[in-house]
Design a protein around this ligand. Structure first.
Ligand code: SF4
Length: 265
């Protein structure tokens, strides 16, 4: 074990006594497991503390996981005593409702139009395909304590903080709240957990390999290098969005040029 690993395992103790007590007090403790590094670290924290047999893992498979993320999910499924696999169909939803894009403002209004060939808010897509099915199942199962791998470093404005009581009376715990991404990787290495190849290239694991939104995740280069078939399909899915965008870019460019001309005159 390297000095860095020792630091992580001593400075960031696996499961504090309050979390252990919370699990023991809960009737139905659970953890959300996406297959990404953060939720994987939560799974290993629970496993190391000997608490995994008390906690149900909920995994929502959007139907568009990267193969290497699916391998990690299968790895965890093989040792987790309580594992709920929820199967989604994000590509079917997109076919029926439209492709998500960062271009549609997430201002809380209804998407300007949904249906085959439409471009929709990314939040509408994530809500329908990631959040809602997971929350509906967790609520239906009566979960009263939920662990998530959310880190403040990743999401400075946490939608719900560690210790929050969620609708339905569920207690939320975020054991990695103050961890940095490097802490997560050090911890995973220290316990021998698998680390997906994509983390050698990116810090985020996509829940949908071919998502046409969340451009900052810069999936194109990664798909092109390692998954040519997925890349070809991703490019095809982006084409209608580019077609909608290019006339707008041209119009804005022309308007900007006209403004500059008047300013110069
Ligand atoms: S990541 Fe993209 S494709 Fe997946 S649910 Fe969210 S917006 Fe939809």
């Amino acid at each position: 074990m390297t000095p860095a690993d020792t630091f992580v395992r001593t400075a960031l103790p696996p499961i504090g006594t309050d979390l252990r007590a919370a699990i023991e007090a809960a009737a139905r403790p659970a953890a959300a497991f996406s297959g990404g590094k953060d939720s994987l670290a939560v799974v290993y924290l629970l496993r190391e503390a000997g608490l995994l047999d008390r906690v149900t893992l909920y995994h929502l498979d959007t139907g568009d996981l990267l193969p290497e993320v699916r391998e990690i999910v299968d790895h965890v499924k093989a040792f987790a005593p309580r594992f709920v696999h929820l199967q989604g169909d994000v590509l079917g939803w997109i076919e029926r409702n439209g492709a998500p894009s960062d271009l549609v403002p997430g201002n809380g209004r209804e998407p300007p139009g949904t249906g085959p060939g439409s471009i929709v808010q990314r939040y509408a897509c994530c809500y329908a395909n990631l959040m809602l099915p997971l929350w509906e199942r967790i609520a239906a199962d009566g979960v009263d304590l939920l662990f998530r791998g959310t880190r403040r470093d990743d999401l400075p404005r946490l939608p719900a903080d560690d210790g929050a009581i969620l609708p339905g009376g569920m207690l939320l715990r975020l054991p990695l709240r103050e961890w940095k991404a490097e802490d997560v990787f050090r911890y995973l290495r220290s316990v021998g957990a698998p680390i997906a190849r994509l983390y050698h290239h990116k810090t985020q694991s996509p829940e949908c390999a071919r998502c046409t939104a969340w451009w900052h995740e810069s999936r194109a280069a990664y798909l092109r290098q390692f998954y040519p078939d997925l890349f070809a399909d991703y490019r095809k899915r982006l084409a209608p969005i580019a077609s909608a965008l290019l006339p707008v870019v041209d119009a804005v460019t022309a308007a900007h040029a006209a403004i500059l001309e008047r300013t110069d005159a």
